[in-house]
Ligand binder design. Structure first.
Ligand code: GAR
Length: 208
């Protein structure tokens, strides 16, 4: 049974999507813990309601990124995870943290990477006149919002879109994309060759 730890900072809708898919699709895996850097993250309540262990490592209590990441890594290690999924975890991670969990650490980002790393992705996509937007699940590497792409989902950008309407359309796809990518990782279906990740059985890594 593979062990999944999910890191959140807020709402936790991707967390919910992963927990639900894991249960309803009968993965040989379990979400063993949810870790948040904010004590008031709504996703923590979902974890409690579903009998999932939770922990808070509040970044405001640490003087440096290094000391925060060291404690975060210690807490994560305690849950002995096979997969660590960042799901709206809004902290920049140190190289040491990333190196420690390399290959097990993945992230969902609300853009078609490598376009629009960082914040305000939907506003920036609209302002750039993009006709396509989407979400990316990728292995985490030291450079923010980079790293080998596991899967992407695309949605159209409509002429009257606002950041709000576009983000809702993208989020709906994230809720399919992220559980799919996590399942592939727990089932050892991903082959990584440098920057390129392929699916062992050639399943499409593009969700339309
Ligand atoms: C999601 O849209 C996710 O892609 C984004 O935060 C949101 C979290 O929502 N992540 C990032 O921007 C990371 N760079 P959720 O808490 O409801 O899952």
């Amino acid at each position: 049974m593979k062990r999944i730890v999910i890191l959140i900072s807020g709402r936790g809708s991707n967390l919910k999507a992963i927990v639900r898919a894991c249960a309803s699709e009968g993965w040989m895996a379990r979400v063993v813990a949810v870790v948040s850097n904010r004590a008031d993250a709504p996703g923590l309540e979902f974890a409690r309601q579903h009998g999932i262990a939770s922990a808070v490592v509040d970044h405001t209590g640490f003087d440096t990124r290094d000391s925060f990441d060291t404690e975060l890594a210690r807490v994560i290690d305690g849950f002995e995870p096979d997969v660590i999924a960042l799901a709206g975890f809004m902290r920049i991670l140190t190289d040491a943290f990333v190196a420690r969990f390399e290959g097990r650490l993945i992230n969902v980002h609300p853009s078609l990477l490598p376009a629009f790393t960082g914040l305000q992705t939907h506003r920036r996509a609209i302002e750039a006149g993009c006709k396509l937007a989407g979400a990316t699940v990728h292995f985490v590497t030291p450079t923010l919002d980079h790293g080998p792409i596991i899967a992407q989902a695309v949605v159209p950008v409509l002429p009257d879109d606002t950041p709000h309407t576009l983000s809702a359309r993208v989020l709906e796809r994230e809720h399919l994309l992220y559980p799919l990518a996590v399942r592939w990782l727990v089932q050892d279906l991903l082959i990584r060759d440098g920057n390129v990740v392929t699916h062992r059985h050639g399943e499409s890594q593009l969700l339309r």
